[in-house]
Structures are given as C-alpha cells and as structure tokens.
Design a protein around this ligand. Structure first.
Ligand SMILES: [Fe+2]
Length: 138
C-alpha cells in the first residue's frame, strides 16, 4: 500500500486560544494514529479502535467548539456546523471504503482530511476567535 503522509502541526495553526489550540493538536494527533495504523498495516481491530476514537473525539470536539462559540455570541454558527458535518461525513465514507479495502483511495482521502483541517482552522475557527476578540470576521 502507498504510504500515507501524516499531518504535521504548524505554528500557523495556533489561533491564540489555548483551549481551542490544544483540541486541534489532539485532533491532528488522533488522525495521525490512524495514518500510522494504516501505514504499518496493523490488524482490523486496531484500525477500528483508533477509528472509533477519532470519530468520538472529532464529534465531541466539534460539539464543544460549537457550544463555546455559541456562548461567545459568534455569528454564522450554522455555516460552521455544516463544515464540521462535512468532516464527519468524510469519516463515515472512509469507514465504508476501508471495509471495501479501497486502499488506493486512502492517500487522497487523508489529503482531503489534511486540507479540511487546515482550511477549517485557518478560515472558520480563526474567524470565530477573531470575532470573539472583536476583530473583523468574514
Ligand atoms: Fe471548528
């Protein structure tokens, strides 16, 4: 199987809010556990245990983030929620592809996840943090 590139945390992902920044680091770490598992061709049991950990972590992080931004009266929460929904939909799709052993698609799929994480943090989450700090928001 073609090796999958892990996602590398960059300082530019820091939004200056340690509560959110720590969660994003953890999200990337958890995606990378799945990357390691696939790159090392580990057992299905390991895959599903990490996959479920990631799905649970992503879902609870998104809910927590939505609640946090709601409490801080940020606008456009519904757009933000839609973007979170796309990531969850992608994870569900990934489980189906894994069960069908569509290994050739994994690198592309993780590239999508990487791009999603980068764009989501730097556009949606940044916008919310900026808004909380009373800067302009798109
Ligand atoms: Fe978010």
């Amino acid at each position: 199987m073609q090796k999958i590139e892990p996602i590398v945390w960059k300082d530019s992902y820091k939004l200056g809010n340690s509560f959110i920044d720590d969660k994003h680091k953890k999200l990337i770490e958890t995606v990378n556990l799945l990357v390691d598992c696939l790159n090392n061709e580990q057992q299905h049991e390991s895959f599903f245990s990490i996959y479920h950990r990631l799905a649970f972590y992503a879902e609870s992080h998104f809910m927590e983030e939505e609640h946090f931004f709601q409490q801080n009266h940020c606008p456009n929460i519904s757009e933000h929620k839609k973007s979170h929904g796309k990531f969850i939909a992608q994870l569900i799709q990934f489980q189906k592809l894994y069960e069908q052993q569509r290994e050739e698609i994994y690198p592309e799929l993780f590239m999508y996840m990487k791009n999603w994480i980068e764009n989501h943090i730097l556009i949606y989450d940044k916008c919310m943090i900026d808004n909380m700090n009373k800067s302009s928001c798109i």
